[in-house]
Write a protein that binds this ligand. Structure first.
Ligand code: MLT
Length: 404
């Protein structure tokens, strides 16, 4: 008789955004006359930029022609895309990353979930609390944690690094040494940013204790302040301790197209073994690459036209973020984030729990957000709103919240 992977049974409930979608769909069905404004999941709403659409059209035509047809993509991704990434996202910023250190994929979500496979099961993982649930859940699935402790509201064997208003939502070094450290900046869900000096401290720490940092830079396009690094490789020594994850979802609206990449520098070694070789082996064995047409769309992100159009697109969402931040503040809410990130993190009013505020907001204002407790214990009593709605809906949502 076969056995299941019992580590899955340790998982708490369903995936956060699936739970929310179910609740919201039920509300919408019961209240067909109400216009629900969704500022919950960080999913974009603007259509793809013209430069990307044009690249997609051209690539589709190429696929219909025997001379220009493309089958399986190369293991690491097409060179045209990896060259564009290396130049624009790294070399132009003074970071030493080569095209063959970049692995193109179908998005940062899969990479952030899969990357843990190249590490031993007995590594100790450190995560921020609150945290993007994928880092934690995939380690639970892999058996790298103990059981969930109901009383403590955490998994045994995991190092939780509290991110609260008192530390500006940037974690302090843990008391015990972890082996794998997950960091995401600008942060999902708190919208907090880390300065280059603060990140350098993490890099030095990881190098000193022999830990690896998995750095999720999915939101770097939203950085507005100087001295907030766009990449961990801006820090001295990051090539020997950090893997970086990138997404095309938030900077270019690819949530439905799917494209991302992971950087594994060749200097990153464990007892002489390059993590690059392990990830290349995993990539080659389990993955056949992002579609050619999507990689061509990714290349267009780095064209002059694409860059200009996407700057405007990101600015549109940044304006929403500012709008939400300023308006909630003027209504008396305690508000964070929104300056270097598309997420606004607010304290639920009147001592409500995160889920109480979720229900209250859905019922009274028909606005959907994300309960902070869904991201971890320290997220309790907080709430996340995204700037990825349309400007009109963002304004309307704030009008509705004002009247509560
Ligand atoms: C979120 O809302 O946290 C993100 O959209 C989820 C994701 O990017 O997978």
């Amino acid at each position: 008789m076969y056995k299941i992977n019992e580590d899955y049974l340790k998982l708490q409930g369903s995936y956060l955004f699936s739970t929310i979608a179910k609740k919201v769909n039920a509300f919408a069905q019961e209240n067909p006359d109400k216009k629900v404004i969704r500022l919950g999941i960080g999913d974009v709403t603007k259509p793809l930029a013209p430069a990307i659409i044009s690249a997609l059209h051209n690539a589709v035509d190429e696929m219909g022609n025997a001379e220009t047809f493309h089958g399986y993509a190369p293991d690491l991704g097409y060179e045209f895309l990896r060259n564009a990434i290396a130049k624009n996202d790294y070399q132009d910023r003074g970071c030493k990353i080569e095209p063959d250190e970049i692995f193109v994929s179908d998005g940062a979500k899969s990479d952030s979930g899969n990357i843990q496979e190249i590490f031993a099961k007995d590594n100790v993982v450190a995560i921020c609390d609150p945290v993007y649930p994928v880092y934690l859940d995939t380690n639970v699935m892999a058996g790298r944690t103990g059981a969930f402790d109901e009383a403590a509201q955490n998994y045994k064997g995991v190092i939780y690094m509290p991110c609260r208003a008192e530390n500006d939502f940037v974690p302090e070094m843990p008391k015990e040494n972890p082996d794998i450290i997950y960091l995401c900046f600008p942060n999902n869900p708190t919208g907090a940013a880390i300065t280059k000096e603060q990140l350098q401290v993490w890099v030095d720490y990881a190098n000193k204790i022999g830990a690896v940092i998995i750095y999720d830079a999915a939101y770097e396009a939203y950085i507005t302040e100087e001295n907030v690094p766009h990449s961990i490789y801006e820090c001295e020594g990051a090539r020997t301790c950090a893997i970086e994850l990138h997404s095309f979802s938030k900077n270019a609206g690819f949530t439905g197209l799917r494209l991302g990449y992971t950087v594994v520098p060749k200097d990153l070694k464990c007892n002489g073994v390059m993590l690059h070789s392990l990830w290349a082996r995993r990539h080659g064995t389990k993955y056949n690459g992002a579609p050619y047409i999507v990689q061509k769309a990714g290349e267009a992100v780095y064209s002059e036209e694409g860059k200009k159009q996407l700057k405007e697109q990101v600015a549109y969402y940044q304006k929403n973020a500012r709008y939400i931040f300023d308006h909630l503040k003027s209504y008396g809410y305690e508000v964070y984030g929104g300056v270097n990130a598309p997420y606004i993190w607010l304290k639920a009013p009147n001592n409500m729990t995160s889920w109480e505020f979720f229900d209250y907001l859905l019922e009274k204002a028909n606005v959907v957000g994300t309960p902070g407790s869904g991201f971890g214990k320290c997220g309790e009593t907080y709430f996340r709103l995204t700037a990825f709605g349309s400007y009109e809906n963002t304004v309307e949502a704030m009008e509705r919240i004002k009247t509560l």
